[in-house]
Design a protein around this ligand. Structure first.
Ligand code: FAD
Length: 499
């Protein structure tokens, strides 16, 4: 059995956006002594410059890297995020919150939603969100780390500063950064084509040799897509938005601990509050809004002074047919992209980094490792796609062809089944490898207006007075927890003050 890494130790990461530096950081922290890791990036080309809302799993990534939360937050102007407020998604004027936390208390045979559905039918339940501490804290603009009632949270962060922070860490762990443009990708097949990648030829004539190449070159996918010719599966039938325009504005109020996702006839808008500024953008369908008009429309929908000029980005939602081909693995935008409605792209980079550590091809690429990596990556993104499509599909908006199309379109069968099951019986089951848990699906399905016809009979074991006490106790617990929290902005400032 060969367990040595010596035969396959030169790793070249092409690209230094969030994907490149997250890969570099984890790989160098874990295997830095065994590997020779180089990262190439071009200041002239730059990065996509967006990607500022995250999900709670990022805290695990930071634990693996040994990152101090306060230091990281100070370095990236980060704030806490307790969930996303979806405004106007079901219908104009109707909002709901997708929080990261748990709602109420489950019974082993049936989730809390069944008890709540019974309580609502009996007229004794408040709105579903009243039983979720994260939602109540978000709207009260409060946050703290509470030992007994830990709020489940993620961060809003400055993407550019985050890449710099991870870069400094990776360089400490031995990663060598190379500045410059990749001019050609060299292969070992006949006439230098159709084989494994052997080296990247830089514009200045130098050559970077490697055994394993990580393609983090963004939407262009220079290695996996352009060079190895791995195709792209287009999901724009289900996700018709194909453009984004982004801009940063100065803060005009305290940073609230949640992302806003505001629906519009042409798509939707994000607002992400950092300590010092707000990240804003529109995600839109080019059939509904022109690239020429989009920046002006965005400017009309932001508050505060513009800190940069709006920038339009084009994308095709979907994924590469394989993310690992030969000795090249694509990570980040190079591997595929589903619009940032649930802030999942940075998480997918984290998952790819961890997966590569679990399947690292120490003795050379093994087809079984590669196939496993590809299958896991595919399933992961398809689950996320279904969840995002859910937000669009179940809507009552009548103000554009976009909303009509997504309401009437054929669904992926996996998603159709999920919705039918919930509508009939209030049940949700989570495949073991799926990112979004039951409570996420329930909040979004009910928020979008999928109303279960029945609840689980176990809820009938409680009579009305008992159910009233049960719901009342949860509500009191939630308001006590939130009532004891400080204001979010004040808490962040105090946490970051030593840095
Ligand atoms: P990029 O940032 O594009 O980096 C590419 C790198 O490759 C750069 O360093 C570039 O210089 C280098 N490069 C390219 N070609 C060459 C070459 N020839 N030679 C040398 N270097 C080269 N994700 C979230 O998790 N949350 C969000 O809220 C979120 N919002 C988003 C909003 C929008 C509109 C978009 C488009 C994406 C969003 N994402 C979000 C996704 C997130 O931005 C990306 O997943 C993340 O930034 C990673 O990007 P990347 O590193 O793959 O690519």
């Amino acid at each position: 059995m060969n367990t040595s890494t010596s035969s396959f130790r030169r790793v070249v990461i092409a690209g230094g956006g969030t994907a490149g530096w997250m890969m570099a950081a984890l790989m160098s922290k874990l295997l830095g002594k065994q590997l020779d890791i180089k990262l190439i990036e071009s200041e002239e080309i730059g990065t996509v410059g967006v990607g500022e809302a995250t999900i709670p799993a990022l805290t695990t990534f930071h634990e693996l890297l040994g990152i101090s939360e306060a230091e990281f937050m100070a370095a990236t102007n980060a704030t806490f995020k307790l969930g996303i407020n979806f405004e106007g998604w079901k219908a104009i004027g109707e909002n709901y919150f997708h929080s990261f936390g748990t709602t109420g208390t489950d019974h082993w045979s049936a989730g809390f939603q069944h008890f709540w559905l019974k309580g609502r039918a009996a007229g004794i339940a408040k709105e579903y969100a009243a039983y979720n501490p994260e939602t109540v804290a978000a709207f009260a603009n409060r946050f703290a780390h509470v030992p007994n009632h830990r709020l489940n949270y993620a961060y809003h962060l400055d993407a550019g500063r985050y890449a710099k922070y991870l870069r400094a860490m990776s360089e400490r762990f031995g990663v060598q950064r190379i500045e410059g443009k990749i001019a050609a990708v060299l292969q070992d097949g006949p006439q230098g084509r159709d084989g494994d990648i052997t080296a990247l030829q830089m514009q200045d004539g130098s050559r970077i040799d490697g055994d394993l190449f990580i393609d983090c070159t963004g939407f262009r996918s220079l290695l996996l897509g352009e060079t190895l010719g791995v195709g792209y599966e287009d999901w724009s039938y289900w996700l018709p938005c194909d453009r984004a325009v982004a801009v940063q504005t100065a803060s005009v109020r305290e940073a609230w601990p949640y992302t806003r996702a505001i629906a519009h006839p042409f798509g939707w808008q994000w607002r992400i509050p950092l300590q010092n500024r707000v990240g804003n953008g529109l995600v839109y369908s080019s059939k509904q809004l022109s690239d020429a008009d989009a920046p002006e429309v965005l400017k009309r929908h932001v508050e505060g002074e513009l800190l940069i000029q709006p920038r339009v980005l084009k994308f095709t939602p979907g994924q590469r047919a394989k993310v690992w081909e030969r000795n090249c693995i694509a990570v980040g935008l190079a591997s595929g992209f589903v619009e940032p409605l649930e802030s999942t792209s940075i998480h997918l980079i984290q998952r790819a980094a961890i997966r590569l550590m679990q399947t690292f091809p120490a003795g050379g690429v093994q087809p079984a490792d590669r196939d496993e990596f590809n299958q896991q990556s595919r399933r992961e993104l398809e689950h996320i796609r279904d969840f995002i499509v859910l937000h669009y599909h179940v809507n009552e908006r009548t103000d554009s062809d976009l909303w009509k199309h997504v309401r009437e379109m054929d669904l992926p069968p996996t998603l159709r089944h999920r919705i039918e099951l919930f509508r009939e019986s209030g049940r949700v089951f989570r495949p073991s490898d799926e990112l979004f848990a039951e409570n996420s699906w329930i909040q979004v399905m009910m928020g979008q207006g999928v109303s279960p016809q029945r609840y689980h009979p176990v809820a009938d074991l409680m009579g009305a007075p008992e159910l009233k006490n049960f719901l009342g106790d949860i509500e009191v617990r939630v308001s006590r927890t939130v009532g004891g929290l400080p204001g979010h902005q004040a808490y962040v400032e105090q946490l970051c003050a030593p840095y």
